[in-house]
Ligand binder design. Structure first.
Ligand code: ZN
Ligand code: ZN
Length: 412
């Protein structure tokens, strides 16, 4: 059992109030936050750290990652041996934790075996929430075979490096959703629109029939969970939300009316703008196929506008990054990009309380409150005044704690 921790004179910032709270004392023990007070907490057995002048935040949460994406070319990634993919994932997760992300939601690729490896302490990384393989129709966003590759698509289903699996028709979609849940999926991901990284589906393509999506939503609900969908176009988003999709990934091309529909239905958006900037700057040189490079600007150019439209409609937005291969190092830059059009406190909420709501762990993560996990980052300064303090590979985060264990402590 880890030693108790007492943080003194901390300015707390978890997004529940617009400014946070000053001069607070926080005690954590046994992996959980136990007590928060405006008066000093005495615990002679605890490791006591003074945080005057610094900000104490809950551990950051990223709701859109692919920890198995060691390569930018996802078709090649799907063909790598599982052992190699697992070591890539280990490195990618370790680097995420070093950036202060203590929870990540993997939206395609990671299997429960990785969750198990983390829980057994075989490797170190953020809390990992998985959907197993994303479901895609033939020729959809997780079909990486390309035009002249006529292999049976089934090879993807059991490869750790594949982000998705192919299923078509209501019965096969139900079976695939049930199969992912059997294997430990905590939600279901579907590809309901064309995408950048896949070869044969222009952005505007609609993925899956309404009947197929309805069936998958029912399967997810039967398993007490929800469906997240890869979506760009206004038409595709509106249809998916009407059919019961709860987690709207990307949403770059959304219009006002559909944003209002999302608000009305309680759907949550997970924009991922940083990946389009990274793909634009580095994709080609890192092996992104030419057909994909040509599609980047179709979604990149509308990114900031989509944030404004959703913010104006009152849509809840969670933090996402969606980076691949060596571009993972840009994970925290999404904070700064969003800060160009959104109030800083909204950007903070995306990685704390809003992310926790999307993941279904409100009160356990993304919050500094009794009974929440003792996941913390200490920020040198005030992230509300300067969101770039959250970037730089954790350089401005002298302390990172996950589940009451110090991942990093430069203060004592
Ligand atoms: Zn996507
Ligand atoms: Zn993605």
């Amino acid at each position: 059992m880890s030693q108790a921790i007492v943080f003194q004179n901390a300015r707390l910032l978890d997004g529940r109030s617009p400014e946070g709270e000053h001069d607070r004392f926080v005690r954590a023990e046994g992996g959980l936050i136990r007590e928060i007070s405006d008066k000093p907490i005495r615990d002679s057995g605890a490791r006591t750290i003074d945080l005057r002048g610094r900000t104490l935040m809950p551990g950051l949460i990223d709701c859109h990652v692919h920890v198995v994406a060691g390569l930018v070319n996802l078709g090649q990634n799907a063909l790598l041996p599982d052992a190699l993919v697992a070591f890539h994932a280990q490195r990618i997760m370790g680097e995420m934790l070093a950036r202060g992300f203590t929870t990540v939601r993997d939206v395609g690729g990671a299997t429960y075996a990785l969750v198990d490896a983390l829980e057994q302490g075989l490797t170190t990384g953020p809390r990992l929430i998985v959907c197993g393989k994303a479901l895609s129709q033939t020729g959809g966003h997780a079909d990486f075979r390309g035009r002249y590759d006529n292999r049976d698509a089934d090879y993807q289903t059991r490869r750790l490096g594949a982000l998705g699996r192919i299923c078509n028709g209501v019965d096969a979609c139900r079976e695939a959703a049930r199969d992912e849940i059997r294997q430990g999926a905590q939600f279901i991901k579907i590809m309901a629109n064309g995408g950048v990284a896949s070869a044969t589906d222009p952005i505007a393509f609609i993925g899956y029939s309404s009947d197929e999506i309805r069936a998958i939503v029912e399967e997810a609900r039967n398993a007490q969970t929800y469906v997240a969908a890869h979506l760009y176009t206004d038409e595709a988003i509106a249809r998916a939300v009407e059919l019961g999709v709860r987690s709207v990934e990307h949403a770059n091309l959304i219009e006002k009316k559909t944003a209002s529909l999302m608000k009305e239905r309680g759907a949550i958006a997970c924009p991922t703008l940083v990946t389009y900037e990274a793909l634009k700057n580095e994709g080609e040189s890192l092996g992104l196929p030419a057909a994909s490079v040509a599609k980047i600007d179709d979604v990149r150019l509308r990114g900031l506008e989509s944030l404004e439209i959703m913010h104006d409609a009152g849509v809840t937005m969670a933090y996402g990054s969606d980076l691949l291969g060596p571009m993972h190092r840009h994970q925290s830059e999404e904070f700064v990009i969003r800060g160009r059009v959104l109030p800083a406190i909204e950007v903070i909420r995306s990685t704390t309380i809003h992310a926790a709501e999307l993941i279904g762990m409100t009160g356990k993560i993304g919050v500094i409150a009794p009974d929440a996990y003792a996941d913390f980052v200490v920020v040198d300064g005030d992230p509300l005044a300067d969101l770039s303090l959250l970037t730089g590979q954790g350089r401005h985060l002298p302390i990172i704690v996950k589940g009451g264990e110090f991942i990093k402590n430069e203060l004592n």
